[in-house]
Write a protein that binds this ligand. Structure first.
Ligand code: SF4
Length: 354
């Protein structure tokens, strides 16, 4: 079933023209990691991220003097920039006036509600949405060892802040509730999703280094997407922002939400495999088809006995056989070729489908 059919209803907000929620595409975000003030380094990271399909980028603004740097970044960035602000409402107001497409705050660590209301006034005037970002680590919950209690506190805090924003007349809201544990992330976001219709930014926070973080995020974010929950995502991990974007896009493709290129499926091989370098062949097919924007499925299978059957849903199949490489399209056998010839023919078939 495709994501549209099971997607939770959510309101829509516009972040500098990129829509979050409603029927808009699930967007991919990242956050720059250069020190505040390093305009060149930050812009370089943003261009790299945008080049890999990043939709929205977040930049930390640690102090009031860093707003000038943020303003420059907003002017040059090819994609909408979100200001990330803690503790000081004056920074948030200044960031909005400096061109932020959205700001992210945790109302729980701002001075008081009078200060927060000033942010809401500025955001409303500028038409800038606000992400209420509540994290498991910063939630006001007494017993940090009680994970269920912490989860409830995250849900209640996020919804309470949203309700106070609404009471003040501000409803351009995105909510994020992030926890470093994948299953807690799922439970918390399911609960929030059931109790409001705000668009949700989802991610597993402090997920670790790349390989671990991808697995955690595949469970946390993937589990929510499988429920139709999630309007924008960030795969956060320790490393370059562009890597987060590549991983985020891969996750959306793996979930079947993003269909912007050729999907390669390949068998794990077994004792029936007729190709000596199956992993190499699968990699070669992947490389050859890299960058082709056709929503088709290509299967690379180790044998001709089970391969075509196992790749039944694929548009094109490549399978090992005793006399060479068998090609098939839409389940029909096209012929057996040498590996090099099979690769060339594969490209011709793909081009004819475009
Ligand atoms: Fe084994 Fe053939 Fe299935 Fe691959 S396609 S797993 S080689 S039976």
């Amino acid at each position: 079933m495709d994501y549209t059919a099971l997607r939770r209803y959510s309101r829509q907000v516009s972040v500098g023209g990129v829509l979050i929620g409603g029927s808009s595409a699930v967007s991919v975000q990242t956050m720059t990691s250069k020190p505040a003030g390093d305009i060149d380094g930050t812009i370089e990271q943003i261009y790299q991220a945008a080049g890999e399909g990043c939709d929205i980028v977040r930049v930390a603004i640690p102090s009031l003097k860093d707003v000038a740097y943020f303003q420059e970044v907003c002017k040059i960035s090819p994609i909408p920039v979100v200001g990330d602000i803690h503790f000081d409402a004056r920074i948030a107001v200044a960031a909005i006036e400096a061109g932020a497409a959205k700001i992210r705050i945790n109302p729980g660590n701002m001075e008081n509600w009078e200060a927060i209301n000033q942010i809401l006034d500025a955001a409303k005037k500028a038409g800038v949405p606000i992400r209420i970002g509540v994290n498991g680590g910063s939630v006001k919950h007494k017993n940090k060892d009680d994970s269920r209690g912490m989860e409830e506190a995250v849900v209640e805090e996020a919804l309470e802040y949203a309700s106070r924003f609404e009471d003040y007349g501000f409803s351009d809201i995105v909510i994020s509730a992030k926890i470093s544990d994948a299953l807690s992330t799922i439970r918390v976001n399911r609960e929030i999703a059931a109790r409001c219709d705000y668009p949700l930014h989802i991610g597993v926070t402090e997920a670790g280094v790349e390989e671990d973080a991808m697995l955690k995020s595949a469970i946390g974010i993937g589990g929510l997407l499988a429920d139709g929950i999630g309007d924008t995502i960030r795969l956060s991990f320790t490393g370059e922002p562009v890597r987060e974007v590549i991983a985020g896009k891969r996750l959306l493709r793996a979930a079947g939400i993003l269909r912007d290129g050729v999907e390669i499926i390949s068998c794990p091989t077994c004792g029936r495999c007729r190709i000596s370098d199956m992993a190499g062949l699968a990699r070669e097919v992947k490389q050859r088809l890299e960058g082709i924007k056709l929503p088709i499925k290509v299967a690379v299978m180790g044998c001709e006995v089970n391969g075509p059957g196992e790749a039944e849903g694929a548009d094109i199949g490549v399978a090992g056989s005793g006399s060479g490489v068998l090609l098939f399209a839409k389940g029909e056998k096209l012929g057996v070729y040498s590996r090099a010839e099979a690769m060339d023919r594969l490209m011709v078939i793909v081009e004819s489908m475009g």
